[in-house]
Design a binder for this molecule. Sequence first.
Ligand code: NAD
Length: 286
Amino acid sequence: MNVQVTHAHLPQPVLPSCPVQKLLRGQKAIVTGASSGIGRAIALALGNAGADVVINYVAGEDKAEEACDQIRHGGSRAIALRADVADEAQVQAMFRQTIERFGTVDILVNNAGLQQDANFEDLSLAQWNKVIGVNLTGQFLCAREAVREFKRRGVQAEISCSAGKILCISSVHEVIPWAGHVNYAASKGGVMLMMKSIAQEVAPYRIRVNSICPGAIRTPINMQAWDTPAAYDELLKLIPYKRIGEPEEIGRAAVWLCSDYADYVHGVSLFVDGGMTLYPGFETGG
Ligand code: NAD
């Protein structure tokens, strides 16, 4: 008998709550754009794993402070620092303040990002520059400050095998073209080769650089793709695993990638996407 799986009825699973190992004890992390969505979930996960965390935000101080409170509640330190990642002086001030407060930086999570969508012929230079400025230039500015600090300090074996970790939050759209979102896809394609080129250059200093490429994750950035049953059904056509991802799932991958358990993982784009990059249009044989 042919069994047809009707994906629309598969329930969202209850994620296992693993025992919290303090994999990142003693480490200091900056997470950009951490007052909401994936950045917030990564910041909480790093805090849970024992890291002290800077919650970077550009707007919404109250949400940033609320995330700090949650991290402090779990026993790690947390501070909220406002900075526009596309602004060189603000990024440098954020790193200076972090080093003043925490002593150093061991982990940078380049998460801040946005979309400004338009049909290509209507895409304005301002929309192009805004998205490239935050999603690509912002990651460059933060990564450069992180590498400067990692090289200045070097490896502290009692803290970590490496001198530092950079984790870029890219997207499946670093490899999947995206009509109507040319600026966004270009920014993430740029993140891919920026990440790999930095990784090649700084590896001899024991600095690890990797990316996570999320598929569809339930956050404010893509709410129109999941907040009605009809939109959610359309979205599932793109996801072989037939469910949306949760921000916490990116947080867990981030903890592993930033920990010494992943010490030999370098220059890698880790796709956390329920198979979105598996060409789901060919699911039925093409
Ligand atoms: P989100 O809108 O909740 O988070 C983005 C955060 O970046 C916000 O807190 C925003 O305030 C911040 N930000 C924007 N401009 C900034 C600036 N100039 N300086 C500092 N912070 C700034 O959306 P999200 O889904 O959590 O997105 C986080 C990252 O994940 C982004 O890089 C996004 O491209 C990527 N991503 C998300 C998905 C998804 O399905 N949600 C999929 C692939 C990649």
